[in-house]
Structure formats: structure tokens, C-alpha cells
Design a protein around this ligand. Structure first.
Ligand code: C5P
Length: 279
């Protein structure tokens, strides 16, 4: 093989329940996740004399701190080989966004390397490596929606999830995931903000991380409420630990026009993406 290109999709937590803090510092969760097949990073593997890594986003570390490089190191150690390939990562998924971009990149790296090396490790070993790299990396090893439990690494595929039209909006700042979880048990709800489950197309949308995240990043609560007040919007929810907020759109709604309006009325620096969720 001379080269290989893989797409690494973003994810959306349709529901995220935080159940308890564990003795190991992680939180026990129960989450329903779907992929966003239209919002992807791209990973290109090319044959090379040694290993090299390049990322087109200057804000993403290009060295050993990058989860792609960590995935390469863990794959090489587990398979007992030197990775002789040049990896290029083209980012489209924003980071610090709650959309799983880094985790998806790591999973695509493991999948790409195993494909490159004639499936030397196989699905079960890749799952182990994925879980050691991050709580939601394993979700990205297989296509489709899943219910994920434990700290997120126990994956149960879900057969049929309705396709939803969504608009994602994200301010320039990100939210560090540990910060959201650390503040979960002590945080309080803000008055006037909807936290309860919203039923859309038979799916119950809810995110227990909204309480700690909104308490610290009040603009995100304002953004959610602004979306809920719009006629285009059937529901609105924080994505994972944020800072992206997702609006589920009615069939006839114009997502691009809504994004323009949000930039005009709330924040000219908002990043946006509109499209559909994977089934
Ligand atoms: O596993 P990952 O590295 O993605 O998690 C980042 C941080 O988020 C953890 O160090 C932990 O603070 C928090 N976390 C958690 N419970 C989870 C997942 C993540 O407390 N289930």
C-alpha cells in the first residue's frame, strides 16, 4: 500500500447522563451517540522512510501531545513494529467543541494503521488501545450509532436512530472536558434555562453536562435559549462538554439563514455547520 485516506467523523451526544463519580476520577455515564458523516477530519497515510506527522491547523499541537501521535505510538508498541508512514491530518472539526474530533482522529489512526498492517491487531486489541487513549475513542472504531456506558468505552450498537437536521453553533472559546466533569456534582441550574429532556422524532434529548458548563460559560446558556425561542428550532442542546450548541431543525427550516441571524444578533465570531445526523 502506498497511501490510504480515511475520513474521521464528528459525533453528537443525543443524550448524556452522568450517573456517578468513580473512585478512579472518571464519571460513570450513559450516552446515546450518533456520528455526523458530513463533518469530518481527513487523515492521509503515505509510505515513508520513518514516521512523520503534520496537521494543517496551527492551533493543534503537531508533536507527541497530539492524540494521533499517541495513537501511533500505542499501535506500534502493541504490534511490535516501527510505523513507517507519514500522516497528514486536515482538520474541519473544531477542537474544544464537544464534537469528538480528537477522539475520532485517534480511532481513524488505529483503523488506518491496522489496515496498513494487514489487520495484525484486529478489533478486540484496537478496542483496548482506543479505550486507553480516551473515553470516547472506541465509539469511532465502528460505524453507526451506539449507546455508550462505563466511562464511555463500553459500546452497544443501536440499530435505528432517526436522522435529524441539525445546526451546530460554536463560539471561539472551547470548554475543557475535565472542567465540565469536575464541576458536575457541585453546580447549580441557572434560572430560566431549559435543562429537561426534549422529545424530538422519538428521541429524548438531554445533557447532564449543561448544568456545570452553563454555570461557568453563561453565553452557552444564552445561545441555547436563543435557539429555543426561534420557530426554526425543534430542540436545542449542548454538545458533550461544549462549547458547541446543537439546534435540531424543523424540516422546512433554513439552517444557513439561522446561523447568519445568530451571528448578527449574538456573536459575529460564531462557527457553524448545518447538515444531518447519521442513522
Ligand atoms: O477520557 P478522556 O481523556 O477523553 O477524558 C478527559 C477527562 O474528562 C478525564 O480526565 C476526566 O476528567 C473527564 N471524564 C470523566 N468521565 C468520563 C469521561 C471523561 O470524568 N466518563
Amino acid at each position: 500500500m502506498n497511501s490510504l485516506t480515511l475520513q474521521a467523523p464528528a459525533k453528537l451526544n443525543l443524550s448524556l447522563r452522568v450517573l456517578d463519580k468513580r473512585a478512579d476520577g472518571y464519571h460513570e455515564i450513559d450516552t446515546l451517540m450518533v456520528k455526523l458523516p458530513g463533518l469530518t477530519d481527513q487523515l492521509e497515510f503515505r509510505e515513508n522512510a520513518g514516521f512523520s506527522f503534520h496537521c494543517d491547523d496551527p492551533e493543534v499541537p503537531g508533536d507527541e501531545r497530539n492524540i494521533v501521535v499517541k495513537a501511533v505510538r500505542s499501535y506500534a508498541a502493541a504490534a511490535g513494529l516501527a510505523c513507517e508512514c507519514a500522516i497528514t491530518l486536515k482538520k474541519s472539526i473544531p477542537h474544544g467543541a464537544g464534537l469528538g474530533g480528537g477522539s475520532s482522529d485517534a480511532a481513524a489512526t488505529l483503523l488506518g494503521l491496522d489496515q496498513w498492517h494487514a489487520h495484525q491487531l484486529g478489533a478486540a486489541r484496537l478496542h483496548e488501545l482506543a479505550a486507553s487513549l480516551g473515553s470516547d475513542v472506541a465509539f469511532f472504531l465502528a460505524p453507526g450509532a451506539a449507546r455508550c456506558t462505563g466511562r464511555g468505552e463500553i459500546i452497544e450498537p443501536v440499530a435505528s436512530i432517526p436522522v435529524l437536521r441539525v445546526l451546530l453553533l460554536k463560539p471561539a472559546f472551547g470548554v475543557p472536558t475535565p472542567d465540565a466533569y469536575d464541576r458536575w456534582s457541585s453546580s447549580r441550574e441557572l434560572p430560566g434555562v431549559v435543562y429537561s429532556a426534549q422529545e424530538v422524532s422519538g428521541v429524548s434529548l438531554v445533557n447532564d453536562l449543561e448544568r456545570p458548563v452553563f454555570a461557568k460559560y453563561r453565553f452557552l446558556a444564552e445561545l441555547k435559549q436563543w435557539l429555543l425561542d426561534r420557530r426554526e428550532t425543534a430542540a436545542a442542546i449542548l454538545c458533550g462538554s461544549g462549547s458547541t450548541v446543537c439546534a435540531v431543525l424543523h424540516d422546512d427550516a433554513d439552517g444557513e439563514a439561522l446561523a447568519k441571524c445568530a451571528r448578527h444578533e449574538l456573536d459575529p465570531g460564531l462557527w457553524h455547520w448545518s447538515g444531518t445526523t447519521g442513522s
